[in-house]
Design a protein around this ligand. Sequence first.
Ligand SMILES: Nc1ncnc2c1ncn2[C@@H]1O[C@H](COP(=O)(O)OP(=O)(O)OP(=O)(O)O)[C@@H](O)[C@H]1O
Length: 258
Amino acid sequence: MSETVVSLSDVVTRFGSNLVHDGLNLDIARGEIVALVGGSGSGKTTLLRHIIGLTQPAAGQVRLFGEPLDGGSIDDQVNRKRRFGVLFQQGALFSAFTVGENIAFPLRELGVATEDEIRQLVSLKLAMVEMEAQHAALMPAELSGGMVKRAALARALALEPELLLLDEPTAGLDPDRSASFVRLILSLHRELGLTVVLVTHDLDTLAAMSSKVAVLADRKILSYASLEETMLIEHPFIERFFRGEHGRRALARAKENI
Ligand SMILES: Nc1ncnc2c1ncn2[C@@H]1O[C@H](COP(=O)(O)OP(=O)(O)OP(=O)(O)O)[C@@H](O)[C@H]1O
């Protein structure tokens, strides 16, 4: 049986009187590329934040790599933190740092490498996201939208994570840049054996890359299945999201590209 990388059990999340998750369960196996979809405000970003321990649910348990998030010694917790990388929609890069300093940040924070090694690692990570070594000297404001995403991805990959979490990775990119970002994630997934969890509203991205779709609706994971199986489920959100005209077109395009 394959290893469970992310496990959410009976998760309850409340912000004041706003009950966002109510007994939510999800187990993600190693190597999956999971698209997490749901209506606006259904709690997708909050769930990503729970997975990496930025916020804690009111009840229930989050386990990463088989261990409770807060389990073990401080060293165990720090080591667990090194095993995932995150690409958030907002604040992808520190604006006052160069691209190189941004990528070096997690390496310096954990004190795992010398300055020489850090310089080499920065060039290596830039190459992994198909950027040039000299881009390290640029400021984020000097980059195009697509390059900001790549540089932020290079930072997320700095510590060689096993799990990559992406919040709306293709939002704001034109269709060509979006498709090339998807190809990049797919090749990294193949080469590095990553498990990927991405939040997306973009059906083209979802259809092109996900191995499973997790639908967040009615405060729970309504279904966790392949795209084909998901589309057969009778539910108002699935009807709107997948079976509307835009959805049908995106899925037809994805089939053409297979
Ligand atoms: N720190 C917070 N304090 C209070 N309410 C919050 C907080 N974070 C999220 N919420 C609320 O929790 C709900 C879920 O928010 P979240 O951002 O996780 O949704 P989402 O599914 O990612 O939405 P979208 O698709 O619009 O980005 C929303 O009603 C939001 O207003």
